[in-house]
Design a protein around this ligand. Structure first.
Ligand code: ARG
Length: 453
């Protein structure tokens, strides 16, 4: 260690006295140590950042199951080829759910095998397979199968074909039957399926011309959802056991014992209206509080409804069905008749045109807020719209005299304002969620199905 004093000639400031030197030395030492410490800190934080990044990317990839099938909301991932292969791989059996769908305008039956959707040819088709397919869609019944020409269906449904062969008379899961991939249906025909008589209005006479107060039987699928004995939202009957509504209607109010479903009524507070209890409520797992996407929920009734003309189910649309801009559809409900107004005692309805998402996302309208999971309907000039209390209720469109549920009332900015049309949950985008949920419950209700597979 240097202890002597010395000066560089002519440079006063360079004179160093031993005491100063020791202080300087000490200070320098400290500085070095602090610097070294900072450096260590920098390195450590870099390592931490890199590790966290790696971990989260790894976890993200794991959770999102890139290139694989994810078992519902669990973190389990399986190969896409294991999906709908007749063998259960996921703990929650999710991989064997949603393996059947009805597509296009004509309800063409498609099955998913190993991650690919195939249209079912008419060869070897029978009613047992029809019953099985309906069960897999979550219906407890089956009406009929009929065959139509392959060339008459939408192009994209014609490319991948399959025929299914079942030798015994039994109810199975379609993916468990022998299936043969085809490039052509030898019959030239494909299978279409009907599981439920729906979308008709047997008690409604079109000769009655009414303003916007609905007539009995005009919207027989419309229900009023009461929470603690008060009308809170609308809903639609989709089967004898299921009501479709909006997730924001039930979010935070999931205690099914506090709800009642009023059916077959046009006027609230009328005694004798059929009121049913709710067994369970589920909203879309991807719905987020105050979010606008996935605004859809299902209520399971404790007992099945009896359809009588005043109470009827509406048809769900099919996968891939598109409803064009300008199509006139109907909205209905007991919601407010003016912004911030009271709910209505009588069921009101209005005819509204569908608006394309492109138009609805214009800067002067909803500025990009409309996602592919929503559909707009109404008048840009304002004046006619759904409003508070109508939520969950139907946006129904008639298609060759069959009524289909195209939307569920979800949101809007104010009510009936200029450039602020109503926004509805687009049902075609949630079909697999709806059917999977009904299928799970259907398997529950008919245990022989769940034990076979
Ligand atoms: N969110 C409302 C409800 O809970 C429905 C709003 C519909 N608004 C509209 N402008 N169409 O009842």
């Amino acid at each position: 260690m240097f202890t002597g004093g010395m000066c560089i000639e002519g440079l006063e400031s360079s004179c160093v006295d031993p005491l100063r030197l020791r202080e300087d030395d000490l200070a320098e030492g400290w500085k070095n140590r602090v610097l070294a410490h900072r450096f260590e800190l920098l390195i450590t934080s870099c390592i931490i950042v890199v590790l966290t990044l790696a971990l989260s990317i790894g976890l993200g990839v794991g959770l999102s199951c890139v290139g694989k099938f994810r078992c519902g909301s669990s973190s389990q991932c399986i190969s896409t080829f294991a999906q709908c292969d007749g063998v259960v791989h996921c703990e929650n059996e999710e991989d064997e759910l949603g393996c059947v769908r009805l597509s296009g305008r004509s309800s063409v039956l498609q099955i998913q095998r190993k991650g690919e959707w195939k249209t079912v040819c008419s060869e070897d088709w029978n009613n047992w397979l029809g019953i099985s397919a309906c069960k897999q869609l979550g219906y407890s019944r089956y009406v009929e199968s009929f065959f139509i020409s392959l060339t008459s269906i939408e192009q994209d449904l014609q490319t991948s074909l399959v025929s299914i062969n079942l030798s015994q008379s039994q109810i199975i899961k379609l993916q468990n039957a022998a299936a043969f991939s085809k490039t052509q249906c030898s019959s030239g025909l494909v299978t279409t399926l009907k599981c439920l008589e729906c979308g008709s209005r047997p008690q409604y006479s079109t000769r009655i011309v009414g303003g916007n107060i609905s007539k009995p039987g005009q919207f027989p699928w419309q229900v009023s959802l009461h929470y603690k004995s008060e009308h809170l939202c609308g809903g639609s009957i989709i089967t004898s056991r299921w009501i479709l509504t909006a997730a924001h209607c039930v979010y935070g109010f999931e205690d099914s014992s506090l709800w009642a479903v009023h059916v077959g009524l046009t006027e609230q507070l009328i005694h004798g209206a059929q009121s049913l209890t709710v067994e369970s409520i589920v909203y879309h797992s991807r719905y987020r509080h105050r979010g606008l996407d996935y605004d859809i929920a299902l209520m399971k009734l404790a007992r099945p409804l009896v359809f009588n003309g005043l109470v009827e189910p509406i048809c769900l649309p099919n996968y891939g069905e598109e409803f064009t801009e300008g199509t006139m559809c109907w909205i209905s409900g007991w919601g407010a008749t003016e912004e911030d107004g009271e709910t209505s005692v009588v069921l009101r309805s209005a005819m509204v045109p569908l608006i394309s998402t492109k138009t609805c996302n214009q800067p002067e309208i909803y500025k990009g807020l409309i996602s592919s999971l929503m559909i707009c309907a109404g008048y840009l000039e304002g004046g006619i719209d759904s409003c508070q209390g109508d939520s969950g209720g139907p946006l129904a469109c008639e298609d060759s005299s069959v009524w289909k549920l195209v939307g569920a009332t979800s949101w809007g900015s104010g009510c009936a304002l200029r450039n602020k049309p109503g926004v509805y949950t687009r049902i075609t985008k949630s079909l697999s969620w709806i059917h999977k949920h009904m299928e799970k419950e259907e398997a529950h209700d008919t245990p022989e199905l769940s034990t076979d597979n």
